[in-house]
Design a protein around this ligand. Structure first.
Ligand SMILES: *[C@@H]1O[C@H](CO)[C@@H](O)[C@H](O)[C@H]1NC(C)=O
Length: 328
């Protein structure tokens, strides 16, 4: 998602519906699984990320090593072909089906090429969309180990800790991607931001590991899915990071792959599959996913025996949402 909504709930007048019965919660969810004819996903001739991606993470705020390693293991898993199937690597192969004018596919390779820890909240605890670009600028200008300004194949990922508020976070977005402005950062660089919703709105941005407030769910939490790495906020971030990486790769400058006529509010390849994690998803059901021994939900395997629950993305050949855990 770029900067309109991509949330499971918010896209359809969320507050009004939350007072309804649980079974009605998700009726307005955009779910295009299998409904190929409705969709006008098109290539608008712009560049996509076909060169190996050098990913730079900016850890903004208060981060602990455990959560950082969960997220980094997910990122390593995207390019690691040796994980057990269905793997995170397999999931990225659907993103790779997108090509540009030259017939080049999205790259197979995503390397974590640098990290910057902004533990002093260089731009405060409330960030606007534009001040996130200033956070990136600060990470390039810092005296001690700055991130490189890599305008060939750099992709900058700003991750905010659970105590950081971001404009529209929880209300309209869980993450977004865009490109930087030269006047702020000194170059036009694709970037994405994702926030830890754990303390602010896990029911919105870490669904299905947390349940929306006001949803009328009975107490007891019987239907909440356990998070495979133990933290709903971080686990929710992983699916949103996957969502944003898929979209920034296929639409980095907002002139490549999207559906709809309005480039300022495009439906991108992951927007089309929000809430879909397995076959049969819809109507509030996330689809067929696996459960580990503890009963935690997951659909992808990764490095070091990690498991993740990641939403599906639009497959341009099948013309439906797809993930490697699909039941054939
Ligand atoms: C590249 O994209 C084309 C068109 O979607 C697809 O047929 C091909 O399998 C893709 N190649 C790779 C390596 O994913």
């Amino acid at each position: 998602m770029l900067h309109s909504c991509h949330l499971l709930f918010i896209c359809f007048s969320f507050l009004a519906r939350f007072s309804n019965a649980q079974s009605n919660q998700f009726k307005g969810t955009k779910n295009y699984e299998g409904s190929s004819n409705l969709l006008d996903l098109q290539y608008h001739m712009g560049p996509i990320l076909t060169s190996p991606i050098n990913l730079y993470i900016i850890w903004y705020g208060n981060w602990n090593p455990k959560d950082q390693s969960t997220i980094k293991d997910f990122l390593y898993s995207l390019s690691s072909s040796s994980s057990v199937s269905p793997s995170t690597f397999d999931w990225w192969q659907t993103v790779r089906l997108y090509t540009d004018q030259t017939g080049s596919n999205i790259t197979e390779s995503i390397s974590l090429s640098g990290e910057f820890i902004d533990s002093r909240y260089s731009h405060g605890k409330f960030l606007t969309r534009l001040s996130i670009q200033s956070v990136i600028k600060s990470s390039l200008d810092t005296l001690y180990r700055p991130l490189p300004l890599n305008y060939n194949n750099g992709l900058y990922l700003v991750l905010t800790s659970s105590d950081v508020q971001v404009q529209d976070f929880c209300r309209a977005v869980c993450g977004f991607h865009y490109f930087t402005f030269s006047s702020i950062v000194g170059a036009t660089l694709p970037y994405a931001w994702v926030g830890d919703s754990g303390a602010q709105c896990p029911g919105v941005c870490a669904y299905p590991f947390a349940w929306p407030k006001y949803s009328g769910m009975p107490s007891g939490n019987k239907n909440i899915m356990g998070a495979p790495n133990g933290d709903p906020g971080i686990e929710g971030m992983i699916s949103v990071i996957a969502h944003e990486l898929a979209e920034v790769s296929t639409n980095p400058f907002v002139n490549a792959w999207y559906a709809g006529n309005d480039p300022s509010a495009p439906d991108e390849i992951a927007d089309l599959c929000v809430g879909v994690y397995g076959s049969g998803a819809g109507g509030g059901f996330v689809g067929h996913v696996y459960k580990d021994k503890m009963g935690n939900g997951y659909n992808l395997n990764g490095v070091k025996g990690r498991r993740f629950l990641v939403q599906w993305v639009w497959d341009p050949i099948k013309r439906s949402c797809f993930g490697p855990n699909a039941i054939q």
